[in-house]
Design a protein around this ligand. Structure first.
Ligand code: 5GP
Length: 180
């Protein structure tokens, strides 16, 4: 385990099994259809890379970036577009792939924006969900794990841009926040 982690919440093996299961479910639901997978940068890069390799339907991948927490562990409620999609979404089946839903503010804003561009359908797939923290009405269509209100890193999730490369999802030690 990395020295800055207090504990491992979800192991790499548990993640791999769940990602494969989600891939099977999504492939069955979209059978015979083309899918546009939208990776929400940067946290969802590893999840997206693993998930799309379990999809048996035709899939193209695009990415979008919105502002997140910066160096703080608390949401500001301010959502900004940092990078837009490269492709048009009109008339297409969209699957927005997110690392974690916390207050829900980011995805609420993002999905409302995407819906205004007239896709054929839009669903949300998140690896992690913290339902106890929700401030807006937003439910993922596909969810890997519901987790308690703890700040987690690893498997794409960062703190101040660090720890994304850790293979497991873990809880940071309090002193790791203070040192940065
Ligand atoms: P929301 O708008 O739902 O409050 O926040 C979603 C974003 O906040 C996520 O995409 C992620 O960037 C960040 N976030 C929320 N909870 C955590 C967490 O426990 N760990 C990390 N690393 N980021 C989080």
């Amino acid at each position: 385990m990395h020295k800055d982690l207090e504990s491992i919440l979800i192991s790499r093996d548990e993640i791999a099994a769940k990602v494969a299961e989600l891939g099977r479910q999504i492939s069955a639901d979209y059978e015979g259809q083309d899918l546009l997978a939208i990776c929400v940068l940067k946290g969802a890069i590893i999840f997206t890379a693993d998930l799309i390799r379990h999809l048996t339907v035709n899939v193209t991948v695009d990415s979008i970036a919105v502002s997140s927490y910066g160096k703080s562990t608390h949401t500001s409620g301010v959502v900004r577009f940092l990078k837009d999609l490269d492709e048009s979404v009109e008339g297409r089946h969209l699957l927005v792939i997110e690392d974690i839903i916390d207050t829900g503010l980011t995805l609420k804003y993002l999905t409302e924006n995407l819906r205004s561009r007239n896709p054929k359908s839009l669903k949300i797939c998140t690896l992690l969900d913290k339902p106890s923290r929700r401030q807006v009405d937003l439910q993922p269509d596909y969810c890997g794990f519901s987790i308690p209100d703890k700040f987690v890193v690893g498997y794409g999730l960062d703190f101040a841009e660090r720890y994304r490369q850790l293979p497991d999802v873990g809880v940071l030690k309090p002193e790791a926040y203070r040192l940065q």
